[in-house]
Design a protein around this ligand. Sequence first.
Ligand SMILES: [Fe+2]
Length: 467
Amino acid sequence: MGEALDMKEDKAATTSSSRSLVQGKMSTRPWSLALVFISLFLLSLGASGFTRPAPGRIITTRHNKSESHPQQVHVSAVGADQMRISWITDDKHVASIVDYGKAPGKYDLSATGEHTSYRYFFYTSGKIHHVKIGPLEPDTVYYYRCGGVDDEFSFKTPPASLPVEFAIVGDLGQTEWTASTLAHVRKTNYDMLLLPGDLSYADTQQPLWDSFGRFVEPYASKRPWMVTQGNHEIEAFPILHCHPFEAYNARWRMPFEESGSTSNLYYSFDVAGAIHVIMLGSYTDFDSKSAQYKWLVQDLAKVDRWRTPWLIVLLHAPWYNTNTAHQGEGEAMRKAMESLLYNARVDAVFVGHVHAYERFKRVYDNEANSCGPVHITIGDGGNREGLARDFDEGHKTVSLSLFHEASFGHGRLSVVNRTHAHWSWHRNDESDSTVADEVWLDSLSASEACKIDPSLAYSGTTTKDEL
Ligand SMILES: [Fe+2]
């Protein structure tokens, strides 16, 4: 399934940044500190009732090259045969152009894209470039450079058909724990990384977004990273800064237009012609009158389960959760949208937010249901707040929870063929990565008992009698 991730490919990326450890504190301006305190206070409102262990060490990265050198390079998939290359330059005059080709140093092709920037209080971002390239061949390594500067990067496109390997990790952050998780992610080849929210934990300190971009560049410049947003991406305040997700939307542009969405906060895409992936937004409107809900209905209606037998969803705040952290925070969205996913026979829902791992049975409406999705919490990427250690053994859904553990790690979804996929959770054990939980999943598209009733499919209403 393509080439192994090798250190040679990393060289250009890793040398463009230097890293320094900061013992839980950052050098900041007074206004920034004030925002952090406000932000942490607001975040703590939703985090009462459980105790987190002490924060881990943040790893900050710096840009040591010229202002025109590309930094924070990352790649995301656009349609079946295109990729979007995103990067940032401090120099506002650098062109949004990517040169690329299939041999190192030989760039036969070129594409020009667009750029943006944003202001956040007294911070002004660099020039944020987004360039779509393609058409590209599947399962192929491409070499590329950004803005005409000779730092060479490379990435591999996903295969055109199964099998496909996803790395899935939420609540990533930029700590020593994050570094451990990503080192383990890289040990085994994968085709695409899926991130169900909470990326940088910048929490209003915009330079930490830049640091995060440099931190993940050695990984995100080599494989497509597809993300959705978490609560740490909101960064809005009444009156002072009314535009949520400003940094996230400017920096991590996802292919929402291509899936008919009008918002970067929810979108969908196909992988290997056999998997439809839906990214939802936990922190934008989701009720039945909302644009997100209406888009989801339309998107699900377009899914042909014969052509794409696998249907998976990612969102941030869990709908099923026996951890004492963040209890009930996903409940309103579950009530609004769960029947849509159930009626479409979604195979699995991956979430973050809770800093732990938990896997549920197939469920619907708080009961075991063989035609419902498997729900998996994978919010254990690294963050900066510690693990959510306490699970409620008396929780009303505890009988639905098959495995839980408060450890850092990441997940792997290996979609082997049209009917079978293997899920594994890889716990960070010091320098080793240990498979601590695994299960085979059967696609619901192959289940006669769960055959979709056309009269119910994509409907927001399902009664118990219809189950
Ligand atoms: Fe979160």
